[in-house]
Design a protein around this ligand. Structure first.
Ligand code: A3P
Length: 335
């Protein structure tokens, strides 16, 4: 055990963390229903790695006023948002053929705070990242570290209609399942999703947390949705750049920089790059290995209508209306 004079070694840190966490994990509600074990913590469902990282962040992360955080629920378009934000912030830094997005998956360029930095480590060195620091998270708003809420750091939240999030998640989860497990049926997955049991679900509570925060402090929390980003990419790209603090100049607009960024980050371009066709992304110290190709499926609005029955759509829409409409939040489903 470390004393107050001696900082803990990485091994001691890991042992302390795993001891404390084992106790916590064993006290939480769990389910194996999505093929991977999920834990319910502060009202939301997590896989083990993301949960331990979230708790470590809550305990130790200190936000800076100029930090930028990209927040999403899984399958809402995280990969796209990361690419766009990275391209906006780093425009003009690289000649096009050497642009990092051409040879790196966006998740490598904008790591998850709780997964890439805080899994297996209580106090990662975040000062070496440079300034402004740029992170992503799947954590619900209510479970963000207090220092994020207290600081002036900015948050961009991207949401997506629940029908498409669900179908995207169902496909992704089946691709990610251990070889020994059979696929989860659409019907079983749907019942779980509607009951709020899904990665960082309940979906509606996740969205609502950031929606309320954006209504309270629009200068701090920008709320976007996937469907509008598809429909009006130029308008929203400009707003994103303004919010991030690096608006496009008239000259950049005239030179076609915005169109270049949209093309670079488009589903068609990213999904056809070698790195995204054959590469893998490791998260949480190799705890999770994702085939990059799994982050790119159809990239469309409304693909869920190819899978969901009319009854399923009605059920999902009813829940969405009950939970969100009174807060003025609705989803454009078609474009
Ligand atoms: P679909 O499964 O509906 O195709 P996340 O990045 O949060 O994991 O979300 C994945 C979803 O975003 C997938 O949706 C994926 O195809 C889509 N996606 C990935 N990159 C995209 C891009 N550049 N533009 C639009 N959608 C994209």
């Amino acid at each position: 055990m470390a004393t107050s004079q001696t900082p803990p070694t990485p091994q001691e840190e890991k042992e302390e963390l795993s001891h404390g966490c084992k106790e916590l994990l064993s006290s939480l509600p769990t389910t194996n229903s999505w093929q991977h074990r999920l834990y319910q913590y502060q009202g939301f469902w997590y896989s083990e790695g993301f949960l331990l990282g979230t708790i470590a962040c809550q305990r130790h992360f200190q936000a800076h006023d100029n930090d930028l955080l990209l927040a999403t629920i899984p399958k809402a378009g995280t990969t796209w948002l990361k690419a766009l934000a990275f391209a906006i912030m780093n425009r003009g830094c690289y000649p096009y053929p050497q642009h990092p997005l051409l040879s790196n998956n966006p998740h490598k360029l904008v790591p998850f705070l709780e997964m890439d930095y805080y899994t297996n480590k209580q106090t990662p060195d975040l000062e070496c990242i440079g300034s402004p620091r740029f992170f992503s998270t799947h954590a619900p708003y209510t479970s963000l570290p207090q220092s994020i809420k207290d600081s002036n750091c900015r948050i961009i939240y991207l949401c997506r209609n629940p029908r498409d999030v669900f179908i995207s998640l169902w496909h992704f989860s089946n691709k990610m399942r251990p070889e020994t497990q059979s696929p989860i049926s659409l019907e079983d997955a749907f019942d779980l999703f509607c009951a709020g049991i899904s990665w960082r679900g309940p979906f509606w509570d996740h969205v609502l947390g950031y929606w309320k925060a954006s209504l309270k402090s629009s200068e701090k929390v920008m709320f976007l949705n996937y469907e509008n980003l598809k429909r009006e990419p130029l308008v929203l790209l400009k707003r994103l750049a303004e919010f991030i603090g690096c608006p496009f100049t008239t000259e950049e607009d005239r030179e076609g920089v915005l169109h270049d960024i949209l093309r670079l980050c488009s589903f068609e371009n990213l999904s056809n790059l070698d790195v995204n066709k054959t590469g893998k992304t490791h998260m949480g110290k190799d705890q999770y290995k994702f085939e990059n190709t799994h982050f790119f499926r159809r990239g469309e609005v409304g693909d869920s209508s190819n899978y969901l029955t009319t009854q399923m759509i009605e059920r999902l829409d009813r829940i969405t209306e009950e939970k969100l409409k009174c807060y003025g939040l609705t989803f454009p489903i078609s474009i």
